[in-house]
Design a protein around this ligand. Sequence first.
Ligand code: SIN
Ligand code: MN
Length: 266
Amino acid sequence: MLLSDQEIRRFHDEGWLFLPEVFSPEEVAALRQEAEAIYREQRPEIWREKSGAPRTAFAAHTYNEAFRLLGAHPRLIRPVEQIFGERLYMHQFKINAKAAFTGDVWQWHQDYGTWKRDDGMPEPRAMNISVFLDEVMPINGPLMLIPRSQRYGTLDAEHDTATTSYPLWTLDEATVTRLVEEGGIVAPTGKPGGVLMFHGNLVHGSAPNITPYPRKIVYLTLNAVSNYIRTPTRPEWIAHRDFTPIEPVADDALTRYAQRYRQAAE
Ligand code: SIN
Ligand code: MN
């Protein structure tokens, strides 16, 4: 899957792009069930909310076959290679749960702010490309983006270690207000299998989920190989040190996995 010239232009202007129905219901069902099984495990890579509910599972592509295939999927790797014009490695991989009733807030932030400050990433030549595992609705804590905010570069941020269980470099209200006056806020919604990609400096966040509907999203953070991190401070399973370029799997690899998975369950 490659992006059209118009999609590439839109990405550069707006800082984000949503592509509906990239993965089939069969592919996503297998991933969703695997994610739920992972959240039931006790592993250091699974970060919990203050309530104990799962918040995010890091690095599942290193220990789970379905997510290994997703982490090297051409429908995700190729579009990001197209934008950066370079091979990519996996900087971070996480499955965010935003659990029903208990999924907590992600305050307004820029991802590159963290990659630069905590990991020593030289340039914003990494980006998130995410896959919706559940339906993302206006009501279950969709990711909110401030269009065009990436043009302001890396903004001042405070290290917030108190609001949630997860430390985050967050923006102040005055900055967010100014950016929103200009760009507004969008919250892309859609069925499982949709793909959302956004620039490393795009300001984003999400509200808590108080509905009975979980909102699982997998985020691959793909970094241009020449932009490898220089001074990591976080654990290897949060900020990876394996800078080997990703070799994409076959386009039907996940479909074949899902078919085997279904047959085994029958
Ligand atoms: C993030 O910004 O890293 C995650 C936000 C979300 O999943 O709502
Ligand atoms: Mn983020």
